[in-house]
Design a protein around this ligand. Sequence first.
Ligand SMILES: C[S@@+](CC[C@H](N)C(=O)[O-])C[C@H]1O[C@@H](n2cnc3c(N)ncnc32)[C@H](O)[C@@H]1O
Length: 189
Amino acid sequence: MSLCEILPFARSLIQQVVQPGDLVVDATMGNGHDTLFLANLVGPSGTVLAYDIQFIALQKTKKRLEDAQCLTQVRLFCKGHQTAVDELEQYQQPLSAAMFNLGYLPGGDRSIVTRPETTLLALRGIVRFLKPGGLITVVIYSGHHGGKEEANALLDELSGWNHNQYNIMRYQWLNRPNHPPFLIAIEKR
Ligand SMILES: C[S@@+](CC[C@H](N)C(=O)[O-])C[C@H]1O[C@@H](n2cnc3c(N)ncnc32)[C@H](O)[C@@H]1O
């Protein structure tokens, strides 16, 4: 199949803009797959700031990074991504990319999910630090309780962002059943 699934497509976009030594954000570390992916892209001279509100996510991610010998370039925060600006303000370097993978922790407590208010706050805050050509990917699930509302809130807001400042695209399966995830990619012009 030449069409790409949502997560690999998000990664392929991120891979195009992130270089060794860069500063990047994993806004929803979860089981740490994206954190490790970003840690490998930025290498030992770069920095990944990774966030999750669940301590179990932090533990799983830390173990994954330790096993891959990639922990040194990652800072793990057990707090909401809406506070990432507190860390970003401390860096002189502009941000190359941020990844959001919304919803609940796979294999974890399905009642703990990302919320539209905090996701939007995080996006509005993080995008201020993005360099021209930098990219934010947001993988959105709408099948769980509250997922549809979050998806709609994001689509409402992002479709209104200034097209002179941002290129924003949506990548989505049209004919798959059961609320397939979709991707929104935001590029700073
Ligand atoms: C779909 S999972 C992320 C999967 C992850 N990217 C991976 O590679 O395994 C979504 C995660 O977002 C976390 N989350 C929920 N609200 C959050 C918030 N305000 N800030 C940061 N993380 C949050 C959840 O705890 C959950 O672990």
